[in-house]
Design a protein around this ligand. Sequence first.
Ligand SMILES: [Cu+2]
Length: 109
Amino acid sequence: MKNTIAAVIISISCSFIGASAYADESSTDSNTDTDLPVISGEVRKVKPKSGKITIRHEEIPNLDMPRMTMVFRVDENTDISQFEKGDKVKFTVIEKDGKMVIVTIDDDE
Ligand SMILES: [Cu+2]
């Protein structure tokens, strides 16, 4: 739960700063059961059998990560076989046991 506390502190400090880059994301606490920011990215490589997908991603505010290309994990319930190199995607991601695990991923249409 330390991450939750940190996230709350970050959003509080952002609202004090006012015109921050995260202002839009922090206002999306609507009717979803999670307030994870949705990240845009482009697929570089997919390994469906091992549950790994390489994405060139934009900034990830909840992981305090700048834009980069990296490998993400998906759990066994997430089918990534539909994706291929060059696909534009939108996804949410958490850190779990030191690994970046995708929670949701969809085509960016
Ligand atoms: Cu990254």
